[in-house]
Design a protein around this ligand. Structure first.
Ligand code: ADP
Length: 214
């Protein structure tokens, strides 16, 4: 089974690309979704956070106050380091389990949607990496539009990450998303179809379309 790491910079279009790939029939393993599930009440990350930070990070209903946790680690580097050390192995283990399940089902290619792919060094364990790329000035505009941040805040969030140009040097494929969403969709469709052809897996939706035309 081919394992593709999909990543980007903040607001470069990774989530947009991930949903396009899902529509094309790709199996997506989403690191953020996995992390979110692990922090649900009673799950292993939730338990670890409560043990470490105390009940002050809980809402009255006992669920995790994610904003409060975010604030804590954003302002304290040591707590951020603790959180990364604690959460990354659990997230990896859960993603590996999903990978094994996909493999058991005979899936030929899986996309792992990982925002911090290069920062965590996970690319070394994967077969290929795809970067959804836009230059920093486009990132800045789209981030302001999406989140309503003032320019200075958007810039500081971009600057807090590994520069996208650095990621560009690390990625096997750079998928430029400076153009329209339709252009991104066309690029991903071509890539996905090539991959399916290489790996001998028929794309069901595509196959059905062909049958219909015939
Ligand atoms: P990421 O997941 O990398 O943070 P998103 O997929 O959320 O980025 O995209 C950032 C913002 O840019 C969103 O508001 C999204 O709708 C928009 N966007 C994504 N691709 C394009 C595009 N090709 N043209 C215009 N806007 C786009």
């Amino acid at each position: 089974m081919k394992r593709i790491g999909l990543t980007g910079g903040i607001a470069s279009g990774k989530s947009t690309a991930s949903s396009i790939l899902r529509e094309l029939g790709a199996v997506i393993i989403d690191a953020d979704a996995v992390a979110h599930e692990l922090a649900e009440k009673g799950q292993p990350l939730y338990e670890a956070y409560v043990r470490h930070f105390g009940c002050g990070i809980l809402r009255p209903d006992g669920s995790l106050d994610r904003r409060c946790l975010g604030q804590l680690v954003f302002t304290q580097a040591e707590e951020k380091a603790w959180l990364d050390q604690t959460s990354h192995p659990l997230i990896r283990a859960a993603m590996k389990k999903e990978l094994a399940e996909a493999e058991a089902k005979g899936v030929k290619a899986v996309v792992l949607d990982i925002p911090l792919l290069f920062e965590t060094g996970w690319q070394k364990k994967l077969d290929e990496t795809w970067l959804i790329y836009v230059p920093e000035e486009v990132q800045l505009l789209r981030l302001q539009q999406r989140n309503g941040y003032p320019c200075a805040e958007a810039m500081s969030r971009i600057k807090a990450q590994m520069p996208i140009e650095e990621k560009r040097n690390l990625a096997d494929r750079v998928i430029d998303n400076t153009g329209s969403r339709e252009a991104l969709q066309a690029k991903l469709k071509a890539l996905w179809q090539d991959l399916m052809a290489e790996n001998g897996q028929t794309d069901e939706k595509h196959e059905k379309g062909r049958e219909h035309i015939c």
